[in-house]
Design a protein around this ligand. Structure first.
Ligand code: CO
Length: 131
């Protein structure tokens, strides 16, 4: 399995891109709002992987509540898989808790699904469809 990106929760997307931009191997993606999640994201290429910065568009949202509880920092680890629903099913089959029962549309037009942090010893794990 391939690491697709690391998701980092931030208060301010522009400030994050200024801070991390010099480390990147290319330009950041145009910020996009992910439907239903009340979050604005941008991806910064870093060699074979990416950093995803997540800025909540309102405090009462998954990333807004994460920031209030834990402050800015690492939010999730994302793996690229050929089929997100199959990846979620394999977690469910071995007794792992899921956040998403099935895949849904995510950033960059790719399908995504999240396992519950308890399935991976405290880290939130995202599966992203495609290479
Ligand atoms: Co992500």
């Amino acid at each position: 399995m391939q690491l697709d990106h690391l998701g980092i929760a931030v208060e301010n997307l522009d400030a994050a891109l200024r801070a991390y931009g010099p480390l990147a191997s290319g330009a950041a993606s145009t910020p996009e709002v992910v439907g239903g999640q009340d979050v604005r994201v941008s991806f910064l290429p870093l060699g074979a992987t990416h950093l995803e910065f997540l800025e909540p568009t309102k405090p009462d949202s998954p990333v807004g509540r994460f920031l209030a509880r834990r402050g800015p920092g690492l939010h999730h680890v994302a793996f690229a898989v050929p089929n997100v629903d199959a990846a979620l099913a394999s977690i469910r089959e071995r007794g792992g808790r899921l956040i998403d029962d099935r895949s849904r549309p995510g950033a960059r037009g790719r399908r995504v699904g999240f396992a519950h942090p308890s399935a991976f010893l405290g880290s939130l794990v995202e599966f992203v469809e495609g290479p």
